[in-house]
Design a protein around this ligand. Structure first.
Ligand SMILES: Nc1ncnc2c1ncn2[C@@H]1O[C@H](COP(=O)(O)OP(=O)(O)O)[C@@H](O)[C@H]1O
Ligand SMILES: [Mg+2]
Length: 472
């Protein structure tokens, strides 16, 4: 009979051999091995372990395991019959990584236990534990940040107003959140298009994926392509274009919000259309094709349809974007929302300064109702923040709005310089009026307003947002 046949025909022997080799192997590799009987008395301990524990191996035999190793859990293993596969055992100033297993007799009853001290170089595990705890700390931090980011995201409840037209806008936007087709948000500047885009993203199945914005009007024309599609490493495209991913790539599986899409140059419109149709593109200076799954939301304050008619916007792109259309009415057409909006914005202003939200006198409310609000809710927000600075009284009066809600002058742009205002403040005010006057004259169209003033649309946009920043 060959050995091979013997092992096949005698599984018991094979098992015994396996156990014996395993024991020998562990015993040889480990720092130490100890065996106890069913009363947890030591029946065997190898010399190496005895030396490590500083006991005479012959004197250890027959003693309670705890007399030799005070923190031992061998008794627990004997009593429960459950192994402890990995544990740390402190002994004096040493720490052992240990494994404890029950030993069973012929009919499965526990007759004792065997313990292996796998290694004592706990020190050598330290980098591993340190890395583990560093990763754990990092994880907790990131989870916290993520939760915060999600909480601060605008949702549909952030879109204030209960006038019939606002309710209809919210109904359409809620429906759009559940779909994956492109959405075109149309409305004057400051009507809440960007807020709605956030809410549509946050209310849909992509909410846990990125929401990425490109403000087409704010990016200089020659940089737009790189902004969208990215620049490949090693691409020679000029000093100002370092390799970086484009917004399409960053928004993969999420939502890309194209703000002021009416300002998109025609040649780029063609490229955008291709991405919308084929879901793929090539970064600048690369022939690698990148595939993306991105939901498109676009916003415009311009009449894209009219632009498409006279060739300033590609018709095919317009139809592609205009699958779901949401028209956000200007504030002056939904004055029923004004009171709620004021309450909400004043509360927000108060929260930031730690003070309770201010109130409006009935006369002040009437004054606000008569203002045409060319800058819509954004303008309302700014006006309220400025008015709050004009008084310490809880209730804001008409006088606190002086100079804030007059229709912008079209010719005389010199502001009344309030006592105590600096040169920079006065200049800022003058500039703000010039920009507002141009915007009003051009029905809120940034491109036209910029052209009227003879400046670039990106410059116009940047100045406008800088001046409208509430902290100014
Ligand atoms: N219905 C609304 N409820 C609350 N805040 C609003 C509302 N509409 C606009 N806002 C606020 O007004 C400002 C301008 O809104 P935004 O979404 O940027 O307008 P748009 O993109 O149409 O120019 C933001 O601070 C926004 O939070
Ligand atoms: Mg906007």
């Amino acid at each position: 009979m060959t050995r091979h046949l013997l092992t096949l025909q005698d599984p018991n022997l094979l098992q015994q051999k396996a156990m014996q080799s395993m024991f020998d192997c562990f015993e040889g590799l480990c720092e130490g091995t100890v065996i106890v009987d069913r009363t947890s008395h030591v029946v065997w301990i190898n010399d190496r372990y005895a030396a490590r524990l500083n006991v005479d191996p012959h004197l250890a035999i027959g003693r309670d395991i705890e007399e030799i190793i005070p923190n031992s859990l061998m008794r627990q293993v004997v009593e429960t019959g459950n192994p402890i596969l990995l544990d740390l055992l402190d002994f004096g100033d040493q720490t052992f990584v240990v494994m404890r297993m029950p030993v069973r007799g012929e009919d499965g009853e526990v007759v004792g236990a065997v313990g292996f001290a796998l290694f004592s170089h706990y020190e050598s595990l330290k980098p591993l534990f340190e890395r583990f705890s560093a990763l754990q700390t990092e994880l907790v931090k990131v989870q916290k940040k993520l939760a915060e980011a999600r909480r601060t995201k605008y949702t549909f409840t952030s879109f204030i107003g209960n006038s019939p037209s606002t309710m209809e806008v919210k109904r359409l936007a809620r429906r759009a959140a559940q779909l994956s087709a492109p959405v075109l948000l149309h409305g004057e500047t400051g009507t809440g298009k960007e807020l709605l885009a956030h809410a549509i993203h946050a209310g849909g199945p992509r909410s846990y994926k990125p929401f990425v914005t490109v403000n087409v009007a704010a990016v200089p024309e020659n940089l737009l392509e790189a902004e969208f599609f990215g620049v490949a490493p090693g691409a020679y495209t000029g000093a100002d274009r370092k390799p970086r991913p484009g917004k399409f790539e960053l928004a993969d599986h999420g939502t890309l919000f194209l703000d002021e899409i009416g300002d998109m140059p025609l040649n780029l419109q063609a490229k955008l259309l291709r991405v919308l149709q084929e879901h793929e593109f090539e970064p600048l200076g690369s022939n690698r094709v990148i595939r993306v799954d991105v939901r498109i939301l676009a916003a415009t304050s311009q009449d894209l349809e009219a632009m498409a008619e006279d060739g300033r916007f590609r018709k095919d792109l317009f139809y592609r974007l205009n699958v779901l259309n949401i028209s956000v009415p200007p504030l002056r057409e939904r004055l029923d929302d004004l009171e709620l909006l004021c309450e909400h914005l004043l509360e927000k202003t108060g929260l930031r300064s730690g003070a309770p939200g201010r109130e409006l006198s009935a006369e002040a409310m009437d004054l606000l109702r008569r203002h045409p609000w060319p800058g819509n809710v954004r303008e309302l927000h700014n006006v309220l923040e400025r008015a709050v600075l004009n008084t310490d009284e809880h209730r804001l009066e008409v006088s606190d709005f002086q100079g804030l809600v007059k229709a912008p002058a079209r010719t005389a742009v010199l502001p009344d310089v309030a006592a105590g205002s600096s040169y920079a403040e006065a200049m800022g005010e003058a500039e703000r009026r010039i920009l507002e006057a141009a915007l009003t004259a051009c029905n809120g169209k940034v491109v036209d307003a910029a052209r009227r003033l003879g400046i670039g649309r990106a410059t116009f946009y940047k100045r406008m947002t800088a001046l409208q920043r509430p902290s100014q």
